[in-house]
Design a protein around this ligand. Structure first.
Ligand code: SF4
Length: 261
């Protein structure tokens, strides 16, 4: 897929093109086409298949090894599958920034050092990673080369890349229907809150965004960077406990506690 037909200048709401309400984002070339392809996907497997063909961000598509769609929660039913136990509710979705080198190689989110710390802190809070949706704002690794021919390093996602990949994340959230979202890092916090934020000011409480409950906190890589005694580590640990507490108090939306696609 190489969406190029639409020009910049419009805007799409947080739920996709043409949807009213909430913070609006700039529509960049390719974003609407991604959103349209993503919206047609009827299952997680279709999102995976279509995402692998996505070249809306040419630079990222040229340097990626894999497209890291994310981990669906255990029990997510796929179209055509026999009825199963379904997803255990209430359901948490963790949303980070973008794949790093290890994620790009493995095709899975949060498997590097930051992922290992996240697993540890989730377990400490009593949350099972297998039952959580683990997603990123970007599905492809953004890289920068310090010198010609040198190894690629991670970089922050560019605003246009975030805008293009928005349709994929929106569709995955639609399929998973999380009861609570916990954002990890500034990029994901900004994506959900729809405005410039500082994590120090917004963390530690539950936000209501377009009917969705959102807790924002630091990315585990910040916790690693500042060390075990640093403020991000303490905040991340405390915020994941808050998330666990909110989930524990939540009532399932449906008696069966399952999601059908
Ligand atoms: S980052 Fe997202 S929109 Fe860009 S090429 Fe990868 S999957 Fe497509």
């Amino acid at each position: 897929m190489r969406p190029e037909g639409r020009r910049a200048g419009g805007a799409i709401g947080p739920h996709g093109p043409g949807q009213p309400g909430g913070p609006r984002v700039r529509l960049v070339p390719g974003a609407l086409e991604v959103a349209e392809v993503a919206a047609r996907c009827r299952s997680w497997d279709e999102v995976v298949a279509e995402s692998r063909r996505c070249t809306a961000c040419p630079e990222l598509a040229a340097t990626r090894t894999t497209v890291v769609v994310g981990d669906p929660p255990a029990g997510l039913l796929v179209a055509g599958a026999p009825p199963g136990p379904g997803i255990r509710r209430p359901l948490l979705a963790l949303v980070g920034e973008a794949p790093g080198a290890e994620e790009d190689r493995s095709g899975r989110p949060f498997v590097g050092p930051a992922g290992r710390l996240l697993d540890e802190l989730l377990a400490e809070a009593g949350l099972a990673r297998a039952e959580v949706a683990v997603l990123n704002v970007l599905q492809c690794r953004p890289t920068v080369s310090a010198r010609p021919g040198g190894a690629l390093a991670n970089r922050a996602p560019a605003p246009d890349e975030v805008a293009r990949c928005r349709g994929w994340l929106l569709r995955k959230l639609d399929l998973v229907q999380p009861d609570l979202v916990c954002t990890l890092g500034l990029t994901a916090a900004t994506w959900f809150l729809g405005r410039r934020v500082t994590l120090a000011a917004e963390r530690g409480r539950v936000h209501q965004v377009d009917g969705r409950r959102v807790v924002v906190t630091y990315h585990p890589s910040a916790a690693i960077r500042f060390g075990p005694a640093g403020a991000p580590m303490a905040a991340l640990r405390s915020d994941l406990r808050l998330v666990a507490g909110v989930l524990a108090e939540s009532t399932p939306d449906s008696p069966s506690g399952t999601v059908q696609q």
